[in-house]
Design a protein around this ligand. Structure first.
Ligand code: ZN
Ligand code: ZN
Length: 258
């Protein structure tokens, strides 16, 4: 029991520090490459960090349970011997995890856009208008729980080499941050090319934050396309310009500052 508690605590620390390091790094890069993009968003960023750290604690519990089951009981399907499965399974297992996670996310996300569930679980995430690099884990505890159980459940079902599990967690972290960052870090050829028709990056997810009832996916546009909820890519630069103009007009409109 003590070992289980310790594992949960360790995982909470790891998830929390990983969040601070990665979101912090991308927030710094944003300051360099898009100066002023987060201007006026300080109160929102403080909320994003608070909710995200609370989410880290919630993510830590099932993650700790997963680590403990793997190390102490040997119950999971995480393997360390690279030859235990054919080599082609390495990349395929990553795809399988990402697709399973994406499917779970798409359907729970759509459910959370029903008015009742939205108020309870999802309004917190949409409080970010527009989201920043700090919004990666800005979830209400109920939403955090729906996200936290996915990977720790999959390791009991789908075999995965420990290094590929690291790749999955890396992609999950990177996309969580970059999709909310407000600018596109990936090359135009990828975002607007054939791959971008199926992969989700910031231009796709930002439109979800602007229009709410479309673009529900996490990594892939498959479910959005199949279900007719894909509204295509948003124009991040146009959104940023419109915000800057609104801010300038707002400042100019104040008495004494005209
Ligand atoms: Zn989002
Ligand atoms: Zn949403």
């Amino acid at each position: 029991m003590t070992a289980l508690l310790l594992a949960a605590l360790m995982m909470t620390l790891i998830v929390g520090l990983r969040y601070l390091a990665v979101s912090g790094a991308f927030a710094l890069i944003t300051r360099r490459v898009r100066p002023g993009l987060y201007a006026g968003l300080d109160p929102q960023i403080r909320r994003e960090i608070t909710w995200s750290l609370l989410s880290a604690a919630i993510y830590g519990v099932p993650a700790g349970l997963m680590a403990w089951s793997w190390q102490t009981l040997g119950w999971t399907r995480i393997y360390t011997d690279i030859d235990a499965y054919p080599l082609w399974w390495l990349p395929l297992s990553v795809l399988a995890y990402l697709f399973a996670h994406d499917s779970w996310f798409y359907w729970t996300h759509r459910l959370m856009h029903r008015p009742r569930w939205f108020r309870i679980a999802h309004a917190v995430h949409h409080d970010s208008r527009p989201p920043t690099a700090w919004a990666a884990m800005s979830f209400h505890p109920v939403e955090a729980l729906t996200g936290a159980v996915v990977i720790p459940s999959l390791v009991f079902i789908i075999p995965i080499h420990v290094s590929m599990l690291g790749v999955v967690l890396g992609i999950m972290t990177l996309m969580g941050v970059t999709n909310h960052m407000g600018w596109e870090i990936f090359p135009r050829a990828l975002v607007h090319g054939p791959a971008g028709r199926w992969l989700i990056t910031a231009s796709h997810h930002q439109r979800h934050h602007e229009q709410y009832r479309c673009n529900y996916g996490l990594y892939f546009r498959v479910w959005d396309r199949l279900c007719g909820t894909d509204q295509g890519l948003g124009d991040l630069d146009a959104s940023a310009r419109a915000r800057a103009e609104r801010r300038a007009a707002g400042r100019g409109g104040k008495p004494g500052h005209a």
